[in-house]
Each structure stands twice: as structure tokens, then as C-alpha cells.
Design a protein around this ligand. Structure first.
Ligand code: HEM
Length: 394
């Protein structure tokens, strides 16, 4: 195996294995601090690199995106739940899918998102006391996805679907281990995944039983895609469209509880996405050789980028660990929604939806921390044990 960049030795990896499994996010940070902005792991197949410099990440995701595909373990595992929808599709499939769904994300979307989000907020009625705001927010964001993208009222199903999503995603993460059992074995993990998929599939069947309203994403899919693709896209958008926004909102409330501020809700959300980027890991496969600041990577390399660590890079940020809403956001080095052609299609929707929800909550409630909430880097950065906050009315 040719080594082209500094990195841990095989022995270091062996010694570090327990911490890598327990805390993969912390492990990546340690390797970056120890070895620099391009780290090579002693893994021959595929040659594996962590890339954590604003210019290098911009090169992978945007400037030289043609050299990178999404056929990586991360997206193959996610596809166990979502199938090959827009998020997990490799380049060729993605090229055929994106034009089908893109029209649903035009200017008309903004008023639809505003209306659905205000309606979902109007259903929030929190008594005073300690509550797991994460569970509530997951429900709210799922209701918004249902209304906006599928023209469906998911109010009665939201809690159940949110739980099925989390349960499915939990297994996706466990299945990323090379030691995980093959899918046909009836292990507890495989059964958990099958149950989650069955619940999501039932939701898809119910959603697609009748034609969705004109102009919605679902209607476009129903008019232009085969049933398998419709299933995969609906599950993709159900999953990708609510859990990410909910994670960003839960951490926003946690930060606000610790550091009350007059900053706008949009600024608070931007800064929460910097400190706790829900998509903490973005991977690519190098289709040909490339180079980052003089360090070469070969064809076939797995490139790991982590918005979490990029958002702490001293080349871009002063006092990166400080919560400072209102920071100016750089063109590179801030990638909570990714960058380049595979930029999150729901970015605009999220940036309308999340501040409305935050405004609604901040105008009515005060939040206090009841305990330290640790992060669990699953498919998104989840709060361990939910997000319990003491809620009092203003
Ligand atoms: C704060 C909220 C969100 C965050 C942090 C987020 C993050 C991301 C990131 C980082 C990517 C790029 C992944 C990559 O390059 O490999 C992505 C892609 C995607 N996101 Fe989001 N997302 C959010 C909200 C949403 C919403 C609301 C939707 C649905 C409307 C959505 C649907 C998707 C889809 C379908 C893709 C794949 C796009 C493509 O490849 O064409 N996301 N998201």
C-alpha cells in the first residue's frame, strides 16, 4: 500500500479501535489534530483519507466534483433504509433523478413551507416543566414534510414515523461495521431494520394510494417515475427532510438555553449548524487521482470529510468552539448542506422552516438546561437520551 499522506500506523489503529467504535467523530478529530489536514489511514482497500481543509473540501464537493462519486460505504449502508433515492444515488442515477424532483423546489415552495410550518407550530402546546423537546420537534418537522412535499396530513402518524426513521437509521449506523451480519440473518439489528422499513413502506403505500396535489414533489414522482423509484424517493425525502432539521433545531434550543441571545433565529440556526452540523460526515469515492496542497490521492480512494471538524478549522474560524450567532459565513469552510451539484436540495426549505419554528418557540417559552447533553454521531448528530430542557412560559 502506497502511503501518500501522514496518518496513524496499523498499530495506532489497533490501539485506537475501541475509541473509533465508541466515538468515531472524536476519533476523526484526534487524527486531524495529530496528523494535519490530509490524513491517510492504513487501509489498503480502498485507500482511505480524511480531508479537513476548507480548500480541499471545496475541491472534492464543488471545484473538482466530476472526479468524485457517491459509491461509498456510507451511502450504500443508508440505502438499506432509503433505497437508491436522490441522496444515495451515484452520479449516473442521480442525473436522471434530480430533474424529476427539481421543479418541486422552485420559488413556489417558500409560501408552502411558511404556511405548513405556521400550522404545525400552532399545534404546539407545551406545559411548563422538563420535556424532551427533541421528540416534539421531530414530529413537527415531519408534519411539515408531509404537508409540503406530499400534500398529506401526517399529524396522526408523525410520532410513529419519526420513531421508525430513528430506529432504521440506528441500524444503518451499526451496519457500517465490517463485522455486521449479512442481511439475510435474522439478527436483532436486521429485524429492527425490517420493522422500520415495513413501517415506512406502509406510509409510502398510504401516501401513494391516491394522486397527490398538483405541484407537490409526490405528484411529480407519481407522474414521472416507476413504483420502485417512487418508494425510494418518498422514503428518502421522509427521512432526509425531517430528522436533519429537527437535529439542528434541538441543538439550537440547547445552545439558546445555555447562552440566551437577541440574535435572530436565522443566525442562531446557522450557528447551531456550524457547531452541530447534523450531517457530520460526507464521503466520496475518487474516480481518478487528485491532489490537495501537494498531497496526492489515488484513483479509487475513499475521501472522508467531516463538516463538524471543518467548522472548527482555524483557517476559517476564530474561537471555533464559541457560540457566536451572527458570524459571517465564508464561501468555503461552512458546509452544513454540502456544496457543489450535490448540495442539499432541501437547504432553502430548511432555512425558511427552522427560523419560523425557533421564532415561535422563543416568543412563547424560556428554555433551561437540566443536564449536559452529549452527542451521538449517528447518520445525523443525535442528542444522547433526547433533549430534555426545562420549559417555562414567557
Ligand atoms: C438542516 C437541515 C438539513 C441538513 C443539515 C442537510 C444536509 C445535507 C447534506 C450535507 C447533503 C449533501 C450530502 C452529500 O453531499 O453527500 C444533503 C443532501 C440532500 N438533502 Fe439535505 N439537509 C437538510 C435538510 C433537508 C431537507 C428539508 C430535505 C428535503 C426537502 C433534504 C433532502 C436532501 C436530499 C434529497 C439530498 C440529496 C440531494 C442531491 O444529491 O441531489 N435535506 N443534505
Amino acid at each position: 500500500m502506497e502511503l501518500t499522506a501522514p496518518g496513524p500506523s496499523g498499530l495506532d489503529m489497533l490501539r485506537g479501535a475501541p475509541s473509533m467504535i465508541r466515538d468515531p467523530l472524536g476519533f476523526l478529530g484526534t487524527q486531524w489534530r495529530r496528523h494535519g489536514d490530509v490524513v491517510q489511514f492504513p487501509i489498503p482497500n480502498p485507500p482511505t483519507y480524511l480531508v479537513n481543509h476548507p480548500d480541499a473540501v471545496d475541491r472534492v464537493l464543488r471545484a473538482n466534483h466530476k472526479n468524485y462519486g457517491k459509491d461509498t460505504l456510507q451511502y450504500r449502508r443508508l440505502s438499506l433504509l432509503t433505497g437508491f433515492g436522490l441522496l444515495t444515488a451515484d452520479t449516473d442515477l442521480w442525473r436522471t433523478q434530480r430533474p424529476v424532483v427539481q421543479p418541486a423546489f422552485g420559488a413556489d415552495l417558500v409560501p408552502m413551507v411558511e404556511k405548513a410550518t405556521h400550522a404545525a407550530c400552532a399545534r404546539i402546546e407545551w406545559p411548563e416543566g422538563v420535556r424532551d423537546v427533541d421528540a416534539d420537534i421531530l414530529r413537527i418537522t415531519l408534519e411539515v414534510v408531509g404537508e409540503v412535499l406530499f400534500g398529506a396530513d401526517l399529524t396522526g402518524d408523525a410520532a410513529d414515523l419519526a420513531e421508525a426513521t430513528l430506529s432504521g437509521l440506528e441500524v444503518v449506523v451499526k451496519k457500517s461495521s465490517p463485522l455486521s451480519a449479512p442481511m439475510w440473518m435474522p439478527t436483532p439489528n436486521n429485524r429492527q431494520l425490517a420493522t422500520a422499513k415495513a413501517r415506512l413502506d406502509r406510509a409510502v403505500r398510504e401516501l401513494t394510494a391516491t394522486p397527490a396535489p398538483e405541484g407537490t414533489l409526490l405528484r411529480l414522482l407519481q407522474d414521472g417515475a416507476d413504483p420502485r423509484t417512487v418508494r425510494d424517493q418518498v422514503v428518502t425525502f421522509l427521512v432526509a427532510g425531517h430528522e436533519t432539521v429537527a437535529s439542528g433545531l434541538a441543538w439550537s434550543l440547547y445552545l439558546l438555553a445555555q447562552h440566551p441571545t437577541d440574535a435572530s433565529s436565522a443566525e442562531v440556526f446557522d450557528e447551531a449548524l456550524r457547531l452541530y452540523p447534523p450531517a457530520w460526515l460526507i464521503t466520496r469515492q475518487a474516480l481518478g487521482p487528485d491532489e490537495f496542497g501537494g498531497i496526492g490521492v489515488p484513483e479509487g480512494a475513499l475521501i472522508i470529510t467531516s463538516p463538524y471538524w471543518l467548522h472548527r478549522h482555524p483557517a476559517t474560524w476564530d474561537d471555533p468552539e464559541e457560540f457566536q450567532p451572527g458570524r459571517s459565513l465564508p464561501r468555503t469552510g461552512y458546509v452544513p448542506f454540502g456544496a457543489g451539484p450535490r448540495l442539499c436540495i432541501g437547504r432553502g426549505m430548511s432555512l425558511v422552516e427552522a427560523p419560523i419554528i425557533l421564532d415561535h418557540l422563543r416568543q412563547r417559552y424560556r428554555f433551561e438546561v437540566v443536564r449536559e447533553v452529549r452527542m451521538k454521531p449517528e447518520v445525523t448528530i443525535r442528542p444522547v437520551g433526547g433533549m430534555p430542557l426545562r420549559v417555562s412560559r414567557l
